[in-house]
Design a protein around this ligand. Structure first.
Ligand code: ADP
Length: 624
């Protein structure tokens, strides 16, 4: 077939541009990426050969071979893996499969000095070759096919594809090195790079030396080696081989023997992947059976709320010919999953107790995902509740656990109070919290959308119900204040119950259609008014969130609470019944209701009426 010129997908061109222009200091990682791809290609063929052994019969030993031609300034990385046919070369090397990538690049591509370690999460993989090569040639032959193909590009928007020549199956990547990249022609340098970045690769990596091929690495699967024989660097490099793009925050490596035998090497990333909340995102765990890669799409291997995990699970018991479909309902998978979840939660629990600062980093990245487990995974709820952390009114910047919260509950307090909202600062300023703060009663501050789902489904912790601080009947008067002051005695001086009752009666009449009730507040100390929801009605903030997502049409009427100690209320109460006060008190009722709405971040339903009332009030306040 004649040579054909084709354009890269736009995202690829953009990515190539970033890669080529990046000031990335560790150019040598291109070798790691190409070896990683070669190893994956061998893994994939090994799996196919389980059902079609003929595919590998002529050349059964998988390996990656590195060779150089100093004169031609060429570095070659060859594998005898699955190979690519014409279609695969076009689609695999010309497009970016991962969803969400285009959107991310759209946002970040214009920035100066893009951090390649961050875009590493899209698998710049193969394209990193252009950091050191002016031209890259890929000669590949798919296992089981006779025809080889030659793909060629200088990494600037176009590639060509044509017939190629290759003995046997697999892929050869030929790099025509740029000026200044001669170090990658030196055998000792190449050995060092392979040792540093690819020592964990489970198949032999050989280098073509003067006196024949020589194997550089240990070539045993890292996860089968005893923990004491694996260095942190090897773990980190393996983590990158399984898709990590940063350093692992936590590495968990263990071997289970008993009814089932399997080995696990799992990593928790130290930063949040860009597509953590993309519904099509899959977990990053590869399933092996007796060292043979089976799939990275065994959905049931870990629950969705652990979808940030990366690593390997290698079973000794699953049949090698297990079909990927059968994995769905396999009891061994279910067994391993349950053990993996428990182990991960145990390790997280240890970190939370022993290294709270480090745990905070984890929690900021993955806390909202873990919380999904609280309503999705009944079996593990208790264990998850142990590691859930919160901001609170008394915790400052530190995160607290439910255990700590309960330990600090006041005498007479039988409820875990929380308040939810979109951002921490706004939530902290909520007037509904004033009475809690004044009495030293701690309130959990919840700012993740998922909080509004798990709280109603979990309901309580150690017999103590969760209750929103924006709900009526907080019963604050039953709880002992931590600061024994004589504020109550002082209150007596200020407000006269009878008069406040009359004021409330007038407010009720005026706002009859708009609110469910008007009540004296136990929770306000500084603010004049606030809105709360009645027992049994939907929580104020949940209602707002559901409406924002168009999941709720119905509206609940709220209760307006007024602060009887506030000088404004005291004056209004004094005015009730006096000549000509009627209309003014009515206006005040409307203005205060609108004020409560504004503080809640809600719209004022009739801004014109609001402005008129405000104006006339301002006019009366001016000196005559
Ligand atoms: P990633 O490895 O993250 O998928 P790459 O850009 O490195 O991204 O590679 C893109 C795709 O090209 C791979 O998913 C694979 O299908 C194919 N590929 C790359 N190198 C090889 C190879 N040596 N043998 C077979 N296929 C390969």
């Amino acid at each position: 077939m004649a040579e054909k010129k084709m354009r890269f997908e736009t995202e690829v061109s953009r990515l190539l541009h970033i890669v080529a222009n990046s000031l990335y200091s560790q150019k040598e990682i291109f070798l790691r990426e190409l070896i990683s791809n070669a190893s994956d290609a061998c893994d994939r063929l090994r799996y196919e050969a389980l059902t079609d052994p003929d595919l590998v019969a002529d050349d059964p030993d998988f390996k990656v071979r590195i060779s150089v031609d100093k004169e031609a300034r060429v570095l070659e990385i060859a594998d005898n893996g699955i190979g690519m046919n014409r279609d695969a070369l076009i689609s695999d090397l010309g497009t970016i499969a991962r969803s969400g990538t285009s959107a991310y690049l759209e946002e970040h591509a214009d920035e100066e000095g893009v951090d390649l370690s961050a875009i590493g999460q899209f698998g710049v993989g193969f394209y990193s070759a252009f950091m050191v090569a002016s031209d890259v040639e890929v000669i590949s032959r798919r296992a089981g096919e006779d025809q080889a193909w030659r793909w060629l590009s200088d990494g600037t928007g176009e590639f060509t594809i044509a017939d190629g020549e290759r003995d046997g199956r697999g892929t050869t990547i030929r790099l025509n090195l740029r000026k200044g990249e001669e170090e990658f022609l030196e055998e000792s340098r190449l050995r060092h790079i392979v040792k540093t970045y690819s020592d964990h690769i489970a198949l032999p990596i050989v280098i073509a030396a003067e006196d024949g091929d020589e194997s550089i690495n240990e070539a045993s699967a890292l996860w089968t080696r005893p923990k004491k024989d694996v260095t942190d660097e090897q773990y980190s490099e393996f983590y990158r081989h399984v898709g990590g793009f940063d350093e692992p925050w936590l590495t968990i490596h263990w071997h289970v023997e008993g009814k089932l035998e399997y080995r696990n090497l799992l990593f928790i990333p130290s930063s949040k992947p860009f597509d953590l909340f993309d519904p099509s995102r899959k977990h990053g765990i590869r399933l092996y059976v007796k060292r043979v890669f089976i799939t990275d799409e065994a959905e049931n291997l870990v629950p969705a709320w652990l979808r940030f995990l990366r690593g390997v699970v290698d079973s000794e018991d699953l049949p090698l010919n297990v079909s990927r479909e059968i994995l769905q309902d396999n009891p061994m998978i279910a067994h391993m999953r349950s053990a993996i979840v428990k182990r991960v939660l145990t390790e997280l629990g240890k970190k939370a107790d022993k290294a709270p600062d480090e745990f905070t980093l984890f929690w900021e990245n993955f806390g909202p995902v873990i919380k999904e487990g609280l309503y999705e995974d009944f079996e593990n709820r208790e264990m998850i509740l142990k590691i859930v952390r919160f901001h609170s009114t008394t915790g400052g910047d530190d995160l607290i656990s439910l255990e700590e919260y309960v330990g600090r509950m006041k005498e007479g307090q039988d409820t875990i109070y929380y308040i939810s909202g979109e951002d921490l600062d706004a939530v902290r300023r909520s007037p509904q919290l004033e009475g809690f703060v004044a009495k030293g009663i701690e309130v959990l501050l919840l700012t993740d959308a998922v909080d509004d789902f798990w709280i109603p489904s979990v309901g309580e912790y150690e017999g103590k119900p969760f209750k929103s601080a924006t709900r009526a009947g907080a019963d604050l008067d039953k709880i002992s204040a931590s600061t024994a002051d004589d504020s109550e005695a002082e209150d007596e001086k200020f407000f006269d119950d009878g008069k406040v009752d009359s004021l409330i009666a007038m407010f009720r009449l005026t706002l009859n259609e708009e609110v469910k009730d008007v009540r004296v507040s136990e929770r306000l100390t500084d603010s004049v008014v606030c809105l709360v929801s009645d027992e049994g009605d939907m929580d104020l903030r949940i209602e707002r969130m559901l409406k924002q997502h168009n999941q709720l049409e119905q509206s609940f009427k709220r209760i307006l609470e007024i602060n009887p100690r506030h000088p404004l209320i005291v004056s209004l109460a004094q005015a009730v019944g006096k000549d000509g006060a009627g209309e003014k008190v009515e206006d005040a009722a409307w203005l205060l209701l609108d004020q409560a709405r504004i503080i809640e971040g809600e719209q004022v339903p009739d801004p014109t009426a609001f402005s008129k009332r405000l104006n006339s009030l301002m006019a009366t306040g001016l000196p005559a």
